[in-house]
Write a protein that binds this ligand. Structure first.
Ligand SMILES: Cc1cc2nc3c(=O)[nH]c(=O)nc-3n(C[C@H](O)[C@H](O)[C@H](O)COP(=O)(O)O)c2cc1C
Length: 351
């Protein structure tokens, strides 16, 4: 098999993580033009939104692009649980002078059942498509492969990586428990061994036949070098790019990341319905007080979280945002994405 960087047509073993709601086509283009792999997260948008983002990227770069989709089991609506959840959130809304929404909905579709998204990917043929929370059917994988698209997918355990290899995914993203954002676990109800990036990367290098991309807590050239010395073919960095100029992170998120608040991150499912690592804030504090079984399915719970965040913003309270960040958050550096890639490459060369 060709080396991963050759397959991806990139110069440096660095992937800017897809970050739905945070990464942008401008960020991805700056990263790809600087020799790494830029990614866009289209998991929280629809096919038309994805098409628009791909077009914007293509207006800025002719290099490789990774388009990331969510492959979660579609949500099971449970009106009783959803209205109990809204009742639990009601005091938080009321403290902000707002009322919770009357009902909650599944705010975006899983790629597992989104034929329009598949059609856009097959028509646009980005260099890479990546999957989070699982893998689509064999038919979808075959269609994407037949279109010449390289496929990456996230694993948090050896068992998940074996499923990906059996599904013919081309390379596996080893996401450690340190990682910011949603944990890529296939089944959020199953036991989770919470493997760290170091152990998981090494296990996947030893026990699978796919190239491994290490992700979680990697913030600088030293971290990337460590991942490569564990046998990873590349490193995927998310939190490191959140403070970049091209990021969609709002002022409250950026301020928290630049402050001592970055020293505390929490894995919570209260925000979206799936476990995700966020900066400790008012929402994660609320999350500690609730029984995880009371949280509606992903992404139904996210509908309530977005409404609460919007209510908070009107009162100047940023602490109800989904401020996803990994354990390396205090090492984040604010600068244009192209400069960050150039800096990471210099650090990796030991300069
Ligand atoms: C703000 C944010 C949003 C994320 N959104 C996505 C996403 O849409 N799709 C995805 O596959 N991974 C997503 N992730 C997870 C990353 O792919 C990656 O696993 C993680 O950022 C690595 O850990 P790090 O943040 O410590 O670098 C997100 C991470 C962050 C920080």
């Amino acid at each position: 098999m060709k080396e991963l960087l050759e397959l991806l047509e990139i110069d440096a073993p660095i992937i800017q993580a897809p970050m739905a709601g945070v990464s942008t086509p401008g960020m991805a283009a700056a990263v790809s033009n600087a020799g790494a792999l830029g990614s866009i997260g289209v998991g929280a948008t629809n096919a038309a939104g994805a098409q628009q983002m791909i077009a914007t990227f293509r207006g800025l770069s002719r290099r490789s692009l990774n388009v990331n989709v969510f492959c979660h089991a579609p949500a099971r609506p449970d009106h009783g649980r959803e209205s109990r959840w809204l009742d639990l959130l009601r005091p938080e809304f009321e403290r902000l002078g707002a009322t919770p929404p009357a009902t909650l909905k599944e705010i975006y579709r899983s790629f597992l059942e989104d034929d329009d998204m598949l059609a856009v990917l097959l028509a646009e043929r980005p260099k890479v498509v990546s999957f989070h929370f699982g893998v689509p059917s064999r038919e979808r994988i075959a269609a994407l492969h037949d279109a010449g698209i390289l496929l990456l997918a996230c694993a948090t355990s050896v068992a998940e990586a074996r499923v990906l290899a059996a599904a013919s995914v081309d390379a596996v993203v080893a996401q450690g428990y340190e990682a910011g954002g949603h944990r890529g676990v296939f089944d959020p109800e199953a036991d989770d061994d919470r493997l760290g990036t170091f152990a998981l990367t090494r296990l996947l290098v030893r026990e699978t036949d796919r190239p491994v991309i290490a992700a979680g807590g990697i913030m600088d050239g030293a971290g990337i070098a460590a991942a490569l010395s564990l046998g990873a073919s590349a490193a995927q960095l998310g939190t490191a790019f959140v403070a970049c100029d091209e990021s969609q992170a709002d002022a409250g998120y950026r301020a928290a990341l630049a402050s001592d608040a970055a020293r505390h991150t929490v894995m919570t499912r209260a925000i979206s319905g799936r476990p995700a690592r966020s900066l400790a804030n008012r929402f994660t504090a609320f999350g500690r007080s609730v029984d995880p079984r009371d949280v509606p399915d992903y992404p139904i719970a996210y509908d309530a979280a977005k409404a609460l965040h919007a209510a908070g913003r009107t009162k100047g309270e940023p602490g109800f945002g989904a401020q996803w960040a990994g354990q390396g958050a205090p090492l984040s550096r604010a600068m244009p994405a192209a400069e960050l890639v150039a800096l990471l490459r210099r650090e990796l060369r030991g300069e």
